[in-house]
Write a protein that binds this ligand. Structure first.
Ligand code: G16
Length: 556
């Protein structure tokens, strides 16, 4: 096929954020915008580079995905890529793509997703590059992509007819191979190797009144849920809802939290569902929710780590170490301490776990942003986390029948104490206002530090404060300014940082955490328990003054 080199003009602002480039669809639809970014991504691919490489391509099926895939096919061919492995109809959940990259020993993958951000012609699209370990590209690579976008004045492509993405099979055009694969098979196989499906099935058989409800929020996990929960684990079809993937997610936010998964939450409460769960647009996030028992993501990963020995995968590999992102509560640290395991605190972004996993020092990790996972792949994995909980419940019930989500949580608090945790999001704030607030905080903990440390706000006295900095223990790379932390003398803390995944204005994230070993508090309402700390966080940050926002957009 003849390669054409097309003259183009660089676009500003093609800097990948926490997890790839996320912008409004209309921005990606601009002339050559997507082509430029793909060219820059291929140029930045780590050695041996794009030429003769194999790449996995797929995504959450959001609006503009199929157009983007046709562009990727042509630009990949123009850059000498040998083979593309593409999910049927362009569909691959993020964990399934990570698995395919690893299983097929591909050189990397291009994932088309803006995760939990809404989709449709007026909403978001995203492109993310994953490296050969199956995980999101590290900052060294994403920074290089950005550098290439700034000087991208040419891209290479081959003219070819539109490829039919709906037909599973292999086609080769002039030495360039396109393989369309089933989106679900390999992933379902992986989960069957990790978990004790027989034990879970037996538990459902023994407890026919144990109700399960999974909500796919019209994201990519619908077909995965159908296969795993219905076909493999034998639940009824009425145990899953919103499981048809839609390009605009039915007009809602495909974000599994108390605000956006409210239909699940309401049904769990109203219909006395024992086990509720949801996953996001691209299937890497999850929420676990039982009647009167919302499991915070920070608690979820701690519970999974505490019970890891019931999961066949960890019986084989052992648990090598645990980790969390900095804003995530320290509940998992307490499990690590008790089990004598290494614990790591990394910046926000799943990419920071990859090196530790590759080095064999990390098995289970999680983030407060509804991300939970393990070293079975290099992405967080929503369905994995949900099946992990089911496996734990099934195993615990063999010894103590009648135990559900709430009992497991309370037992966990009895052993480890409770880390109350909440996050306030202020979405689409004017960037200038948000930046001013961050400057104010940096001043407090920088130049003003001597006055700030030791100062008392309400019942809290400041013990330490910094802007989180991380030095990767494996490759020594340093990531600075990862979030302002203010730690009080009683161990409570607040963290404030700007999100790296929004597509419009700035999103301020305010995280608060308080630890309690007071048994009478274990069933307390989180917001009530944290109210004094939240008030102090608002007072110190002057968030309302800087942004004019009296209330957060979302509380989790
Ligand atoms: C991405 C990253 C996560 C991160 C989350 C929130 O998740 O993969 O590691 O915690 O964004 O990031 P931020 O606070 O910067 O918005 P996803 O599910 O959006 O790909």
């Amino acid at each position: 096929m003849p390669v054409k080199s097309i003259t183009t003009t660089p676009y500003d602002g093609q800097k990948p954020g926490t997890s790839g480039l996320r912008k409004r669809v209309k921005i990606f639809q601009q002339e050559n915008y997507t082509q430029n970014f793909i060219q820059a991504t291929l140029d930045a691919m780590p050695s041996p580079g794009a030429k003769e490489s194999t790449l996995v391509v797929g995504g959450d099926g959001r609006y503009f995905s199929t157009e983007a895939i046709q562009i990727i096919i042509r630009v990949a061919a123009g850059n000498g890529v040998s083979k593309l492995i593409i999910g049927k109809n362009g569909i691959l959940s993020t964990p399934a793509a990570s698995n395919l990259i690893r299983k097929r020993k591909a050189n990397g993958g291009i994932l088309l997703t803006a995760s939990h951000n809404p989709g449709g012609p007026d909403n978001d699209f995203g492109i993310k590059y994953n490296v050969s370990n199956g995980g999101p590209a590290p900052e060294s690579v994403t920074n290089l992509i950005y550098e290439y976008t700034k000087k991208c004045n040419k891209y290479h492509m081959c003219d070819m007819p539109e490829i039919d993405l709906s037909k599973i099979g292999v086609q080769t055009i002039d030495g360039f191979t396109i393989e369309i694969v089933d989106s679900v098979n390999d992933y379902a196989q992986l989960l069957k190797e990790i978990f004790n499906f027989e034990q879970i099935k037996q538990f459902f058989k023994n407890n026919p009144n144990f109700k399960v409800l999974f909500d796919g929020l019209h994201g990519v996990t619908g077909p995965y849920a159908e296969r795993i929960f219905v076909e493999e684990l034998g639940l009824s079809r009425s145990s899953i809802q919103n499981c048809t993937p839609l390009p605009d997610f039915g007009g809602s936010h495909p974000d599994p939290n108390l605000t956006y998964a409210h239909s699940l939450v309401e049904r769990v409460e109203r219909e006395n569902v024992n086990f509720g769960a949801a996953s996001d647009g691209d299937g890497d996030r999850n929420m676990i929710y039982g009647k009167n028992a919302f499991v915070t993501p920070s608690d979820s990963v701690a519970v999974i780590a505490a019970h890891a020995e019931v999961i066949p995968y960890f019986q084989k590999t052992g648990v090598k170490g645990l980790a969390r992102s900095m804003p995530t509560s320290a509940a998992i640290d307490l499990v690590a301490k008790k089990k004598g395991l290494e614990i790591f605190e990394v910046p926000t972004g799943w990419k920071f776990f990859g090196n530790l996993m590759d080095a064999g020092r990390l098995s289970i990790c999680g983030e407060e942003s509804f991300g939970t996972g393990s070293d079975h792949i290099r992405e967080k994995d929503g369905v994995w986390a949900i099946v992990a909980w089911l496996n734990i419940i099934a195993a615990v019930n063999e010894k103590r029948p009648g135990v559900g989500i709430k009992e497991i949580l309370l037992e966990h608090y009895q052993i480890y104490g409770r880390n109350f945790f909440s996050r306030y999001d202020y979405e689409e704030v004017e960037s200038e206002c948000a930046n001013k607030m961050v400057e104010h905080l940096r001043h407090l903990i920088g130049v003003g530090k001597d006055d700030f440390i030791g100062k008392t706000f309400g019942q809290f006295t400041v013990k330490e404060a910094d802007d989180f900095e991380y030095c990767d223990p494996i490759d020594g790379s340093v990531s600075k300014n990862q979030g302002v932390r203010i730690i009080f003398t009683d161990g409570s803390r607040i963290v404030i940082r700007l999100s790296g995944t929004g597509s419009q204005g700035a999103t301020i994230r305010l995280y608060v955490e308080k630890y309690s070993q007071n048994v009478s508090e274990y069933e307390s309402d989180t917001q009530e328990a944290l109210k004094p700390l939240i008030d102090v966080a608002l007072q110190i940050s002057k968030l309302q003054e800087f942004t004019g926002r009296a209330k957060p957009t979302v509380i989790t």
